[in-house]
Design a protein. Structure first.
Length: 329
């Protein structure tokens, strides 16, 4: 039954309960509100639009130029920031009414529930998917001279959380190593709340490559557990995170969830020409470490506390690093 009719029926029942036996009752008429037309799953026109749109989307995905956004709040934020989706898929008309005005360049396609289910990995989809081009530019804001490099991170929630934290602290960029999760995975985009469009993010870059491009005056800070500092990097100075001098431009090195800092990473940092410090977050036993995303957040905001954001003109050397990575991508 239509929700409006259900509410009116409940209201009438309450009125009837107030009458005493023998009273004359005047029954109000129910106003029937027509339901919106439903899309039949075998509708040829809908199916043709769906197939045509999916071909276009697959071509963009194969070219690596598009991102699937499956969260209504993120889609609204991206639209308000000036991003234009190439395609917008929806199931119910009311979803479109909640969005800002769409561009004529956006192909808007209505789907039935089965088609939407085929497009998403969510158990309970919100019924709205936007296909956006990957960002070609980023907000011109003051940033702290911090580049976050993450090694072999596999969990989408951790990857998205690190991108979101780095964007919130106005870092320069986040770089992911080879064999990490695909950072344009819809689950990573959801976890980052669309922060991919606020901060440059790169993937498939080894630690050797990144450190080789660091200009003079930068330092490297390796984050690991206290026990790992003693066992894996005994030759490096080891300090609690709040005692490390993070007022200088810094490359923050963070290991993956299961492997942490690997032997190959240790070899890379020990052969680095820049100053290298190993740092840890003090933890109450018997715990020996925090999750990758939590550790990254603590260190990122510790640097944001110590180091004032700088104008883009002051970070030209860091911009050169990012342009190299963009060219390599």
């Amino acid at each position: 039954m239509n929700p409006v009719n259900s509410a009116r029926l409940l209201q009438n029942c309450r009125r009837l309960s107030q009458y005493r036996k023998g009273d004359s009752i005047r029954y109000p008429q129910l106003r029937v509100v027509p339901s919106p037309p439903k899309i039949h799953k075998h509708d040829p026109e809908t199916h043709e639009k769906f197939v045509r749109a999916m071909k276009e989307v697959r071509l963009k995905q194969e070219a690596g130029s598009s991102a699937f956004v499956e969260n209504k709040r993120i889609i609204i934020d991206l639209l308000n920031s000036g991003q234009t989706p190439s395609h917008l898929f929806y199931t119910k008309e009311f979803l479109l009414k909640e969005l800002p005005e769409l561009s004529d360049k956006t192909a808007v396609v209505q789907l039935h529930k089965g088609q939407m289910t085929r497009m998403t990995d969510l158990i309970a989809s919100q019924g709205l998917i936007g296909v956006f081009d990957k960002p070609k530019g980023f907000p011109s804001i003051k940033r702290i001279p911090l580049i976050v490099w993450v090694g072999k991170i596999r969990h989408p929630g951790n990857a998205g959380g690190i991108i979101r934290t780095a964007a919130g602290a106005a870092c320069l960029s986040v770089i992911f190593s080879p064999h990490s999760v695909n950072i344009w995975n819809p689950a990573v985009l959801r976890a980052s709340a669309g922060s991919h469009y606020m901060i440059p993010t790169y993937e498939g870059r080894s630690l050797d490559e990144v450190m080789r491009d660091l200009p003079e005056g930068w330092q490297v800070c390796v984050v690991q557990s206290e026990e790992s500092c003693r066992r894996k990097t005994p030759s490096l100075p080891s300090l609690p995170y709040h005692e490390v001098d993070l007022t200088r431009p810094t490359l923050l090195v963070i290991g993956g969830e299961t492997t942490g800092i690997t032997g190959r990473m240790v070899e890379a940092v020990e052969g680095c020409p820049h100053p290298v410090t190993s740092t840890f977050i003090p933890i109450t036993p018997p715990l020996d470490s925090l999750s990758t995303g939590t550790a990254a957040s603590i260190l990122i905001y510790e640097m944001a506390r110590q180091c004032k954001p700088r104008e883009e003109e002051e970070l030209l050397s860091a911009s050169d690093i990012l342009s190299r990575h963009k060219t390599m991508g």
